[in-house]
Design a protein around this ligand. Sequence first.
Ligand code: PLP
Length: 398
Amino acid sequence: MSTSADWIARGDKHIAKTYGRYPLVPVRGEGCRLWDADGKAYLDFLAGVAVNSLGHCHPKVVAALQQQAATLIHCSNYYHIPQQIELAEILCANSFADRAFFCNSGAEANEAALKLARKYSKEKHGENRFEVITTLGSFHGRTFGGISATGQEKVRLGFEPVVPGFSYVPFGDIEALRGAIGPDTCAVLLEPIQGEGGVNVPPAGYLAAVRELCDANGLLLIFDEVQVGCGRTGTLFAYQLEGVEPDIMTLAKALAGGPPIGAMLAREAIAESFGPGSHGSTFGGNPLMAAAGIAAMKVLLDDGILDNCLAMGDYLRRRLEELRSRYPFVVAVRGRGLILGMELSIDGAAIVNKALERGLLLNCTVGKVLRFVPPLTVTTAEIDEAIEILGSILAEFG
Ligand code: PLP
């Protein structure tokens, strides 16, 4: 049996060096727990970055995958795929949308959204109408469209020239958005809560004001719910928190409870611009991934997961606030449901490393915001365990 050290040494030789990886080799997961190749257990409050929202290897997702894998794994999108149809029905019945396009990741879902927005706007308003306004601190994926849309310079460095037609305004600043709209603007793309940018929640009323601006100027409103969708905020979709509906929404991460899938949802009048041959994906919405998506969505809708997310979100937030009141270098606790951020005035990396050593998985965004995105099935006992570990680490810095 290979140890973690063996795997890390082998990986160093042949895996592209695109990630600064922690010295952890996960080999098994169940619920909120992960075990490494040496048999050490971890409490997983990162959940594959908000992917394993139902916990690792949820039995209903596993059963759906096993059954579908033994029946039909893949077929072309040249044909009609029952599992994809059923998943689209579930998503449309529970959202603003009328149609779904399936792909394999969040970046691809955003590519689809951007392509659809341009095509619809050019058809409706003319050739020049292709510019998209996004927000500073956003993250929309690593494709060329994704890095062009992302409001963080660092993701574009070395890859220029990027896709033209994007501009960026401060998140939460409605006047800046108003000022950025021009005759060639076709859409506004934003995350209802910024995830990678530091768990940033916009001021109350911001999303409604963005919707109004879009309507007044004939712009499409695209919500990137890749990270905050599918139950993470305690509502099925984050836009439902404030009742502000987009025209297009992108999903991925938790949509199938672990397996890779992405989706772009749109209203009928807009989705019509994607006719046959306009866009596509070989694997997108294949029977295996779509079967997992159906199972995951049913668990989310029928098994009390959203209620647990709200209750545990409140509890975790309270426990994090206790830590904030004890340590002056904890500046703020924010978020909704079970996407919570703890902003520090000190560097967060050392805390994340110590947590890993002590069996708690977390991460840190923008250098100083600890991010908590545990499975939505997390229990009070697991939260208490995480707070115990985190508290003992913070005490060493205080
Ligand atoms: N959009 C948001 C809001 C994300 O958080 C991410 C990934 O973190 C993406 C898009 C990109 O998703 P993927 O890594 O699946 O391409």
